[in-house]
Design a protein around this ligand. Structure first.
Ligand code: PLP
Length: 391
């Protein structure tokens, strides 16, 4: 599918889909088995257990053959009824899309604004919940890592805010670009539904998405009235009890998931998170050295899975990305919504090591020069100095 022949490997440095490791590719490259046969049940049962570790939950995780958007819909339709109120946080483009979806489903939304340069405003969440004396708000929805801005919301603090307000709302969290890259604890943080996708920290191709479900969310699903069929947890959980699915699962992606979870566990989740923290810090040092602003203005909300870089007024981030693709065969993330052409995004999540980071930053620095974007050369050196000093 390449438009012209190019030597060397393409650098896929968008913030997901990410590079799929060879071990995962090899795992998927196996014959598709009978999804009603005995072997499938054994594999399914073991995998559905194992995947819980990544979410840090003891409860059920359901897997849909769908992109992340499907798991958003599943989280809402299984827990809410038409006309229910939810509190959502406008952290960026993905929060905006989830908010639009909620509106289309007939949910009434309160949207807590940000300037897209920080994570969810926890004080605002607490205040809105305190004001809701009648407990009309049924859920709080937060995007953990806002992929459009590179800002990570503090879910532990959101939990504390809900508790401080003494409010019974469910907590629904999108971890599509954080799970398996940034510390996340479904049970400890009292999250009711965690939404995730396969194509980022889980190092798989797109095509699987997830809901981790708390006991409270499961209870809510018994009375929730939004229409649902494909997304319904009930038949899914019933089939999952013996390792099966109510419809044809994405069998080969599940083989890949099995290998990917093994890889994360073998490295150790804490080591995976530290690896991404380190790459993110090295990236920020390069960006500052070049003389650019990081989209995220709140250091406590810096994302470890991607960095969104703001170009100065009069410079086109899209033209820069086009130059980098053309000359160096690297894809970088575009600016979404109000950030179109204003930022470009460097993905440093998933299966990623020091040399890939230096190659990525090298491609950006050469691209800046080739596109004539004024900058101070030496950002790659700044990143290397940090990596070398923090091996
Ligand atoms: N939420 C976040 C934070 C995302 O980054 C994305 C996609 O990049 C989505 C939701 C939508 O997921 P999908 O494109 O897999 O449907």
């Amino acid at each position: 599918f390449q438009s012209k022949p190019v030597a060397g490997r393409h650098f896929l440095q968008i913030p997901g889909p990410t590079n799929v490791p060879d071990r995962v590719l090899r795992a998927m490259d196996n014959p598709t088995m009978d999804h009603r046969g005995p072997d499938f049940g054994k594999m399914g049962k073991a995998l559905l257990e194992k995947v819980r570790h990544v979410f840090k939950t003891e409860g059920p995780v359901v897997i849909y053959p769908a992109s992340g958007t499907g798991a958003w819909e599943a989280a809402l339709t299984n827990t809410l009824s038409p006309g229910d109120r939810v509190l959502m946080c406008e952290t960026g483009w993905f929060a905006h899309l989830w908010h639009e979806m909620a509106g289309r489903l007939g949910i009434v939304t309160d949207f807590v604004k940000t300037d897209w340069r920080r994570g969810a405003d926890v004080a605002q969440i607490e205040q809105r919940l305190r004001e809701d004396k009648a407990h009309a708000i049924k859920a709080v929805c937060v995007v953990h890592n806002e992929t459009s801005t590179g800002c990570t919301s503090r879910i532990d603090e959101v939990r504390k805010a809900i508790d401080a307000a003494g409010h019974p709302a469910l907590l629904l969290v999108d971890t599509i670009s954080s799970l398996g890259s940034i510390d996340y604890r479904h049970d400890e943080w009292g999250v009711d539904v965690t939404v995730a996708g396969s194509q980022k920290g889980l190092m798989l191709p797109p095509g699987l998405s997830f809901n981790a479900i708390s006991a409270k969310a499961l209870k809510a699903s018994e009375t929730a009235k939004l229409p649902r069929s494909f997304w319904d947890w009930k038949p899914m959980l019933a089939a999952n009890a013996t390792g099966y699915f109510p419809y044809t699962p994405a069998t080969n992606l599940l083989y890949g998931l099995d290998a990917a979870v093994d890889m994360l566990m073998e490295e150790g989740l804490d080591n995976v998170f530290a690896r991404h923290d380190r790459h993110a810090e090295a990236t920020r040092r390069a960006v500052r050295h070049w003389g650019f602003e990081i989209q995220c203005e709140e250091p406590r909300h810096y994302s470890s899975s991607l960095t969104a870089v703001r170009l100065p007024d009069g410079q086109s981030a899209n033209a820069l990305r086009a130059t980098i693709l053309e000359k160096f065969n690297m894809s970088l993330g575009n600016g979404l919504g109000q950030l179109n052409d204003r930022v470009f995004r460097i993905g440093h999540l998933g299966d990623f090591g020091d040399l890939q980071l230096i190659g990525t930053l090298g491609g950006v620095e050469m691209g800046l020069r080739a596109a004539g974007v004024p900058h101070k050369a030496g950002g790659v050196q700044a990143a290397m100095d940090y990596l070398a000093g923090n091996a």
